[in-house]
Design a protein around this ligand. Sequence first.
Ligand SMILES: [Zn+2]
Length: 245
Amino acid sequence: MHNVIPDEKIEAARCDMAVVLRLTARFDLHEGIDNHFSYACGDGTFLLNRWGVHWSKMKRSDILRVDGNGDIVTGKGEIETTSFMIHEAFHRLCPNATAVYHTHMPYATAIACTNPGRLEPISQNALRYYGKIAYEDLYEGLANDRAEGERLAGAAGDNIIVMLKNHGVMVSGPSIGIAFNDLYFLERAAKVQILAQQSGAELAMVPHEVAARTAEQIAEIDDDKETHYQVLKEILLAEEPDTTE
Ligand SMILES: [Zn+2]
C-alpha cells in the first residue's frame, strides 16, 4: 500500500508535477499536449495532468486529483481515457510506483520500435538500468479499458521501467524527483545506443558479471537522485514562476 499523503503535501506535489512536466518539455521528451504523468496520493486517488495543456505551460492548477473511478476530486479539466486506464492500474498493482510517467521520448521509443528492442549494456548510463527494465513486447493498440491498463502494469513487476513495444516507455519511482531523474537518464542512455548503432560499428557489450556489479555499485552510491531534480526545479521556477499558479 502507498502511504497516505497529507493534503498540504499533495498541493506541493501538484506544483512538482507541473515542474517535471515543464522540464520534460524543455528536454524534448514530450508530445505536446499528449502523454501523462501521475502521482499516488496513497488513498486510492492520484494526481494526473489534465489533457489539453501544452507541457511547457503546465501549472499547479492543471494537475488534477482523480479517484479510482475516474472522477475528479480536485481541480478542473478533462482527463484523457488512456491516461486514466494506464495510471490507475499502475498505482493499484505496483505498490512501489508512487510517481509514474509515460512518454514517447524519441530515443527510448526508437529502441522500443526495433527488434529485439533492448537497452544494451554498452554505456555506463545504460548500466544504471541493467536488470531493472521490463519489456512488454506485444503492442495491442490504445489502452482504452482497464484490462489493457492492467496488462501494461502487470508487465512491470518490480521493475522501475517498462519499455512498450511500438509505443514508448513507463518510468516509475518513489518520488517525483527520482522518477524524473530516471526518465532523463534512460533517454540519455537510449540516445547513446542509437548513436552507437548509427555509427555502423559493432556494439561493445559489457559482460554480464561486470554489468550486474556496476548496476549494484551505481545503486549504492546513487543516494542523491533527488538533487538533479532539485537544481532543475530551482532554475525552472526562477525563470517561469507562473508554474506554481
Ligand atoms: Zn502513449
